[in-house]
Design a protein around this ligand. Structure first.
Ligand SMILES: Nc1ncnc2c1ncn2[C@@H]1O[C@H](COP(=O)(O)OP(=O)(O)O)[C@@H](O)[C@H]1O
Ligand SMILES: [Mg+2]
Length: 266
């Protein structure tokens, strides 16, 4: 890979851009653009991303066109370093593109500042990372409540929703456990509950089964597939062929461009 000289590999945590529990989440509501959405939840045109580390510029994305309809389950595949995490971070408003236009749910987001991006992210996006990104000192319940706390949702409602979502992922009997007292698969299920508790338009997962054994990976896959069945929009970066095969659509990225984009044959 031509870009292998750069040490950051962006496994979802390496970019330092966020954990899904961003302390800067503002509470104010704002809209941007005309709010049209024409059934496209994601509309990216000519998106580029250049990481400028001073010494060296890395062209991580070199013109991505990607339109995703509400309710699609899209798997993003491609070799390591091809730009998958960069793309997911842009989709999720964790970072801004260097060029191109991006509408998320009809809102123009490419030119927003940090606070505005955090607001869009908070309202629309749920994240699931390879390394779970749970706060170790908090219980499962408190971890799930965290984004709702920053989202300005009241205490009782936070607790109610956190319980509901932990039960949905099969962890109703583990709500008082801390991450160290949970298995990898259970931690990832807590992270999924946390992503869902904000009732996002779109759920993004970066290698969600990457740190799991086959069995727990398969449980997590089933949960994600179930989500899709409930009509949510899901974009999952994965090396896992089985997970990719469950998606309705597979987008393959190489060297920062989309090389194939295929609907699964039912
Ligand atoms: N924060 C960053 N700073 C500089 N370069 C980065 C950063 N994040 C990723 N990169 C580089 O951008 C390219 C794409 O990375 P990434 O999106 O993480 O790929 P993938 O997720 O497909 O492995 C790689 O060359 C990577 O080294
Ligand atoms: Mg990655």
């Amino acid at each position: 890979m031509a870009t292998a000289t750069v040490t950051v590999t962006g496994t979802g945590t390496g970019t330092g851009t966020g954990t899904g529990v961003d302390m800067n989440w503002p509470l104010k509501k704002k809209t941007n653009g005309d709010g049209h959405s024409n059934g496209h939840i994601i509309e990216m045109l000519g998106i580029t991303k250049i990481y400028d580390t001073g010494k060296i510029k890395v062209e991580a994305l070199r013109g991505i066109d990607l339109v995703v309809n509400k309710g699609e389950f899209v798997a993003v595949v491609g070799p390591s370093g091809s730009g998958k995490s960069t793309l997911l971070n842009l989709i999720g408003c964790l970072d801004t593109p260097s060029g191109g236009t991006y509408h998320l749910g009809g809102e123009a987001v490419a030119g927003l500042d940090r606070d505005q991006l955090a607001d869009v992210r908070n309202r629309r996006v749920g994240f699931v990372f390879q390394n779970f990104n749970l706060l170790p000192q908090l219980t499962a319940l408190e971890n799930v409540e965290m984004p709702m706390l920053f989202g300005g949702i009241g205490r009782r409602e936070r607790r109610r929703r956190a319980m509901e979502h932990l039960e949905k992922v099969g962890l109703g009997d583990r709500v008082e456990h801390r991450p160290t007292e949970l298995s990898g698969g259970q931690m990832q299920r807590v992270a999924i509950a946390r992503a869902l508790a904000m009732e996002p338009d779109i759920v993004l997962a970066d290698e969600p089964t990457g740190n799991l054994d086959t069995g727990s990976g398969s449980d997590v896959m089933s949960l994600l597939t179930e989500l899709w069945g409930q009509g949510r929009t899901l974009v999952v970066v994965t090396h896992d062929k089985t997970l990719a095969s469950r998606a309705g659509r597979v987008v393959e990225i190489r060297d920062g461009v989309v090389v194939t984009d295929e609907q699964a044959v039912a």
